[in-house]
Design a protein around this ligand. Sequence first.
Ligand SMILES: [Zn+2]
Length: 344
Amino acid sequence: MESNLDLMRGRYSRQVLFRPIGEAGQRRLMDARVAVVGMGALGTAIATQLVRAGVGFVRLIDRDIVESSNLQRQSLYDERDAEDALPKAEAAAAKLRAANGDVQVVPVVADLTWRNAEALLADVDVIVDGTDNFQVRYLINDVAVKHHIPWAYGGAVSSYGTTAFIRPGETPCLVCLFGPDPGGGHDTCDTVGVIAPVVNLIASLQVAEVLKHLTGNREALNPGLTHVDVWQNVFRTVAFGPRRTDCPCCGRREFASLSARADSLTVSMCGRHTIQVRPERPGVNLERIAQRLRKVGPVRMNPHLLRCDLGAIQITLFPDGRALIHGTDDPVEARGLYARYIGM
Ligand SMILES: [Zn+2]
């Protein structure tokens, strides 16, 4: 490990030369803790910049595994990761540790829910959104408002994206901006695709706000919601209005996502005929289930998961009991397959 002085003059020299950061800012980054939720296209671009910038502690939270359809834009992963079906959080952490051994990179292979959201997010200085859905964003917003933690909202599909840096108590929160229920029917990467340039642009805008905030450059923070479209040449910022005093979240401090106390048992995964099944009673013995599954199809295991190939259907099972059922869009069928091959 290099000394702080060596780091300032070596690894971080160009960032330290940038006046608004300087040595004082760099020291603040090295003391900072950030959580990135989602390690897809946005999350990998965000985490890469944060770790290389020397943010001292970076937690990577993701529930998914690497697949070949990710490689077009999720720049931390390679073909080997997809062949090995590694969890994204683990694969990303390995790459990022190789890029900067001075940063504490902590992978968490899990689904963010009301059960674990405060444990995973309330102990950091900033939360960064790399997710692809509003259900998780509303959960992040609840934790952020409840614990007064700033967070960088970001989303990108097709060639367009939106981002805002939300500071509870100062700016409107996500519920102020989009209402208590943004409803369904949004474009997704599954329906309209996505290109890498917009993802990297939104991720960069998110990280820029994180760096400004962590280094104490508050006057430079983006005071609004920014919308971009890299195909239509749009770059537009709408200034935040006032916080809504009647906002159920940041006004009345009712945290609907945290207090829902209900997990949907199944959720469809963006982009690829996959349903996640999360049983009520967590925890499974992978070895024992592997022995059983070897009678019905080839089984591969790595330290993080088990994978069984049933022909048209593949099952990926994690030690916490969560499974990804690949090859179906039907939650009922997915639950049935879980019950049949793993047991509920
Ligand atoms: Zn609000």
